[in-house]
Design a protein around this ligand. Structure first.
Ligand code: SME
Length: 166
């Protein structure tokens, strides 16, 4: 098999351009014929490799009862999260993206990693409208994720559901 690579050069300063280039390469990297965990794992790695601001990125997957730790990149993390708890559990319960500019101001935030200062969590909803899990990105700086991140990360989650996890 051909080893695939993610190449985002340092000279690309625009966040939007980085996402566009990343999405183009994800379409080559991820493959619906590969195992689900392999695709999820490579996606976390591609995101971590592309954005220096990410200190931790990973999936929490839904087992019809709670969220459990899936493929990730970064320090060790909590293994389970109840629906409705923390940023992940809240995004899962509401089925909507949550951007947290300062984790200390989010009541109930779960501090898996004490370095985390801001985060964004996106729900992953399958084609039947059911919760599959969430994608959580953390940063050790405040205000790391904005509307541009939200738009493109939602596009990546949509691509994942519609073209890879089938
Ligand atoms: N901060 C998350 C928990 C997961 S870790 O940050 C990896 C939350 O509040 O749900």
């Amino acid at each position: 098999m051909i080893l695939k690579e993610i190449v985002i050069t340092e000279d690309i300063n625009s966040l939007e351009e980085k996402y566009k280039l990343l999405i183009k390469q994800l379409k080559e990297l991820l493959n619906r014929n590969d195992h689900e965990l392999s695709n999820l794992s490579n996606l976390t790695s591609a995101l971590k490799q592309t954005f220096n601001k990410i200190s931790w990125v990973g999936f929490y997957l839904y087992d019809k009862e709670k969220l459990y730790l899936g493929p990730f990149q970064g320090k060790v993390a909590c293994t389970t999260i109840e629906i409705g708890k923390g940023v992940c559990g809240t995004a899962a319960a509401k089925k909507e993206t949550i951007v947290v500019p300062d984790v200390d101001k989010f009541s109930g935030h779960i501090a898996c990693d004490s370095d985390s200062k801001s985060e964004i969590v996106l729900p992953i909803i399958n084609k039947d409208g059911e919760l599959f899990g969430v994608l959580d990105l953390d940063s050790s700086e405040y205000n790391s994720f904005n509307e541009t991140d939200k738009i493109y990360l939602e596009e990546i989650c949509k691509f994942l559901v519609e073209e890879i996890l089938i």
